[in-house]
Design a protein around this ligand. Structure first.
Ligand SMILES: [Zn+2]
Length: 654
């Protein structure tokens, strides 16, 4: 999803070495973590007058685990949208926390601004529900137990390892009035935003069942194939995950060029979509959607939106235009987009990512790029967002900023769909971004610094649902997570960090990587030991603060002392600038790294002996005289997330 309180900026990207990217495919053994596999065949029949539907799910489930399963769990997400549900109570509880005061001195409450206490006010015909009528496993009716948003199925016969099981679920549902993500009749006027709409099998992985009640946060699932049939009144256009199978008999802009779509004589249309190797399925329906599409390589990009006026047409055409322009850059940096289709669907509530699709409130490109990049981190890599939310939102936010910078610098001025005034504003932002360090990622650092200085920070190992505040969760997941990657560039160099991201994709796609899996890839690609980085940055809330401590004459040389003030140790770059404008880079690796980063620029660089993490001070010398020295600066790139920059630079008085 897209966090609205995050400040997004436009930055100029440092030049990416094309040669380096060509070399970026790292030969690496594929990890062999087992994965459950699933095949859904879902058919639903929609009643648009009551906003209800009935459905049957036929599931093939392959238990690839070495374990015998005695239960199976399902998510029933929509049961959260009922007064006094866990989501309702949790939202109201968190809303009581006062984070501070705004500019006018009014208290800022820790609300999820979209949920607040709105669930409490839902009437019987506005609540959401999913009622499972029956579950059959291999044809045998099972005992089911509903725990609000989780359904527990106690199996009459256990599911043995390495077996395939047939499950049939009969259910009915009511679409809630839109509160969070899914629902009907949202503020943008979209009639149906249908996410989390079907009973979904909970992922069983190497950590066991991930049966998390739905209280606010995000999603995790079993990879597999979806074959979905949606029967709905013929006035509705449906946008969805997957490829429409009966496009030429339905039309709505899906039909192949030149095909004459037959007149539909029935009251309802059955829409059949198929998607493979995905772990979720979303759809949306509206009687006034406009549909545009564009083929880019082997992928068809779609946009579905409400065309309120001509500006909406140009804005959504710009979405597809921009997506086409940035796609080669994205695939080069983050890995190949593996699906035949992607849909940008106007669906309200900020932005939320799904398989092969996103629901977006509007056509803003920052959110467009953000949600699309979730295809990599939420869908293809599929990190468990309850446990490692920062590896999804943080990595996605990092990529979003890089993609936005690339787009603005290289393409925005050429778009035929944006006005001269917008272009002028972008040009101004590009200029401003050159002064904001670290390049492209400044917004995430600023947000992380605010978190670190607040009293609310909790370690990123906290379960996403169990953070004490919405604020600490979102700042950690989005901003501290993005800072993790940017700062990794400081530790191993940006070019090696980029290689790591590609190697991570290649090794862990479709395998639910955890934090250690990422670190192992980073270690193998960089040749640097990085456990300490994970332990401090992810497991604790310790902060980084280094200071220029002292300068002394040391014979013909000048001795410089750097001090570690914060509790988290880091390698240190120090830039010396002399009165004749010459510069020297001094690099002090941390002992825990057992290695050193490559030189990142053309400046003469001295690599000093490692700094032991136990030692609060470190001294090194330059052969230049103290009289020549103009300034000493720790990390001029500002990728080091130093919470106190005031002591990072010493300018020697004239
Ligand atoms: Zn997101």
């Amino acid at each position: 999803m897209f966090s609205m309180n995050m400040r997004k900026s436009i930055f100029v990207r440092t030049i990416v070495s094309v040669l380096f990217l060509l070399n970026a495919i790292v030969a690496m053994a594929q990890s062999d973590r087992w994965q459950q596999k699933i095949k859904y065949n879902i058919a639903v029949n929609m009643d648009v007058r009551k906003h209800q539907f009935t459905g049957v799910e036929k599931i093939d489930y392959w238990n690839n685990a070495p374990d015998t399963l005695r239960k199976v769990f399902f998510h029933l997400y929509w049961n959260a949208f009922q007064p006094n549900s866990s989501m309702d109570v949790r939202s109201k509880e968190l809303g009581k926390t006062v984070l501070g005061t705004d500019r006018n001195g009014n208290p800022v409450q820790d609300w999820d601004a979209r949920v607040k206490d709105r669930i409490s006010g839902l009437n019987a015909d506005e609540i959401g529900y999913q009622k499972v009528k029956s579950v059959k496993v291999n044809g045998v009716e099972q005992t089911i137990k509903e725990h609000e948003t989780i359904l527990e199925v106690v199996l009459t016969q256990p599911i043995l390892p390495k077996t395939k099981t047939a499950i049939e679920v009969v259910f009915e549902a009511q679409v809630p009035k839109q509160i969070r993500r899914s629902g009907r009749d949202n503020a943008e006027g979209i009639q149906y935003s249908m996410s989390q709409w079907y009973p979904k099998v909970v992922e069983y992985d190497y950590q066991g069942w991930n049966a998390n009640p739905y209280i606010a946060r995000e999603f995790y699932g079993v990879w597999g194939d979806y074959d979905v049939n949606i029967s709905i009144d013929k006035q509705y256009m449906v946008a969805a995950t997957g490829v429409l199978q009966n496009a030429n008999s339905i039309g709505f802009g899906y039909e192949a060029a030149g095909v004459k779509v037959p007149t539909i004589t029935t009251n309802k249309i059955n829409w059949n979509f198929k998607g493979e190797n995905i772990h979720d399925f979303v759809w949306a329906a509206d009687t006034a959607y406009k549909h545009i599409s564009k083929k880019v390589g082997s992928t068809v990009l779609h946009a579905f939106y409400k065309a309120k006026d001509a500006s909406a047409d140009s804005a959504w055409n710009n979405v597809l235009w921009a997506a086409e322009k940035v796609m080669p850059f994205i695939e080069r940096k983050y890995g190949k987009y593996p699906y035949p289709q992607y849909s940008f669907i106007q669906g309200g509530d900020g932005g939320m990512e799904y398989a092969m699709a996103t629901l977006l409130k509007n056509s803003g490109l920052g959110t467009v790029f953000h949600e699309w990049m979730h295809s990599w981190y939420q869908h293809i890599l599929g990190t468990n967002e309850s446990l490692f939310g920062w590896m999804d939102e943080g990595f996605t936010s990092f990529a979003e900023s890089e993609v936005s910078a690339y787009y603005n610098q290289n393409w925005a001025m050429q778009s035929p769909f944006i006005s001269d005034a917008t272009k002028a504003a972008i040009a101004k932002n590009i200029e401003r971004s050159k002064t904001l360090l670290p390049l492209n990622q400044n917004g995430s650092y600023e947000s992380y610094f605010r978190l670190a200085k607040s009293n609310f920070e909790e370690p990123m190992t906290t379960h996403a649902d169990h953070f004490n505040t919405n604020y600490a969760y979102s700042s950690a997941a989005y901003s501290k997570g993005a800072t993790f990657l940017s700062q990794l560039g400081y530790i191993v160099s940006d070019s090696i960090r980029n290689k790591i991201l590609l190697a991570y994709y290649n090794e862990w796609k479709f395998k639910h990587p955890n934090a250690n899996d990422f670190i192992r890839v980073a270690e193998k690609v960089s040749g640097i030991t990085l456990q300490w980085y994970k332990e401090y940055w992810v497991y604790t809330t310790k902060t980084i603060d280094y200071a220029v401590d002292d300068i002394n004459v040391d014979g013909n040389k000048t001795k410089i002392t750097i001090k570690r003030v914060g509790k988290m140790p880091m390698p240190i770059d120090v830039l010396l600038t002399f009165k004749d404008s010459s510069q020297e880079m001094h690099y002090i690796p941390l002992d825990l790294m057992y290695g050193e980063k490559i030189a990142e620029n053309q400046l003469p660089r001295t690599v000093h002996p490692e700094w032991k993490w136990t030692h609060p001070q470190y001294s090194f010398a330059t052969t230049r005289s103290i009289k020549d020295l103009k300034s000493i600066e720790i990390d001029p790139t500002q990728r080091l997330a130093d919470v106190n920059k005031n002591n990072n630079k010493l300018v020697i008085p004239e």
